[in-house]
Write a protein that binds this ligand. Structure first.
Ligand SMILES: [Zn+2]
Length: 342
């Protein structure tokens, strides 16, 4: 059957159907609402899910995997890039019509109460709201100033570029926040449901609950980051702060740096998790640390291991660091990084 034939068959079928069944039943015969990735980047490599929807309707935090990779009252999913020097295109997660845009707010990481106060009522920053069929709505927040590429009333296709990842509005790191709403209510795209006490009870009773994801098949492993991920490894001339990492201002050590440190950065850690580091230098074993267990859930953690300079300069050659995220005594993930000193 050609496409035209298929279409005319489909049109006839819908037409015939509409004679016999009420309209809302005919509508149900349409394809289910599905979301594709809202970002054009490689998940697990260039971008990561930092926060999920908080499914606990009361104070407290609960993500779709019955963990705590969210914060209280979080109404969407945060797709982050490593730092403010990185970005990626933000894409329409489904075909729809643009209901509203904002494009003129500065990209500025929120750190103080004053920063927060300055953006009250504009927490989304630069953003786009799309309306879809059947009461579905998606919203994309914290886009780069001036990057919004659509206008209210525009019809957009699935995967069409809406703008670029930035850090405008209430953003403590560079990311796009995707909100999904059904008839105005917060909706979790992983579970296909709104926050509820029932889900909380189900988690308490039996652990993770399988529900109907709104993601298209290829986006199904999006929930992986909820279980903790090593997102960045590197070498520096001393301990680095998360602030420096969020800004991408960490530089590699010189041959005469006061210290030579390997660092590993992880997100969505659970109580009891450890980051174990091992560093090999040109002469073999250089540094190691077994890491202390997290006392509670951590959205982000940076671990270090290194040495202070005691000679004139660091030995030239290759330095290799390995980081292992240890959970319940087992390696949950393992990554390595290399650095060559001339
Ligand atoms: Zn968010």
């Amino acid at each position: 059957m050609t496409r035209a034939q298929a279409f005319s068959w489909f049109a006839r079928a819908v037409f015939a159907l509409s004679f016999f069944v009420p309209l809302h039943e005919a509508v149900q015969a349409k394809e289910t609402f599905r979301l594709s990735l809202p970002v054009d980047c490689k998940l697990g490599q260039d971008c990561f899910v930092q926060n999920y929807v908080d499914l606990d309707p009361e104070p407290g935090v609960l993500d779709a995997a019955c963990g705590a990779a969210a914060y209280d009252g979080h109404k969407g999913t945060d797709f982050r890039v490593l730092n403010t020097k990185a970005t990626a295109n933000v894409l329409a997660a489904a075909a729809g019509i643009v209901r509203g845009v904002r494009n003129d707010m500065a990209d500025r990481l929120v750190q103080t109460e004053k920063d927060r106060a300055d953006i009250v009522g504009r927490e989304c920053g630069n953003g786009v709201v799309l309306v879809h069929e059947d009461g579905w709505e998606t919203q994309y927040c914290h886009l780069q100033k001036g990057s919004v590429a659509v206008q209210p009333g525009d019809k957009v296709a699935r995967g069409q570029k809406l703008g670029r990842i930035g850090y405008s509005g209430l953003a403590a790191f560079a990311h796009v926040h995707l909100s999904v709403r059904k008839d105005g209510a917060v909706f979790d795209p992983f579970l296909g449901r709104s926050p509820s006490a029932e889900f909380q009870d189900a988690c308490a009773a039996a652990g993770p609950v399988q529900e109907t994801s709104l993601w298209q098949a290829e986006a199904g492993d999006l929930l992986k980051d909820a279980a903790g991920s090593l997102i960045e490894l590197g070498f520096a001339s001393g301990p680095v702060s998360t602030g420096e990492l969020e800004r991408g201002t960490v530089s590699q050590p010189s041959a005469s740096a006061d210290a030579l440190v390997f660092f590993a950065r992880a997100i969505n850690l659970r109580k009891g998790d450890r980051l174990v580091l091992k560093v090999e230098g040109p002469d073999g074993e250089f540094a190691a640390s077994s890491g202390k267990p997290m006392e509670k859930t951590k959205a982000q953690w940076v671990a270090f291991s290194g040495r202070k300079l005691r000679e004139k300069r660091w030995q030239a050659g290759t330095y290799q660091g390995e980081a292992v995220l240890v959970r319940n005594g087992k390696a949950a993930s393992r990554e390595t990084a290399r650095f060559v000193l001339d």
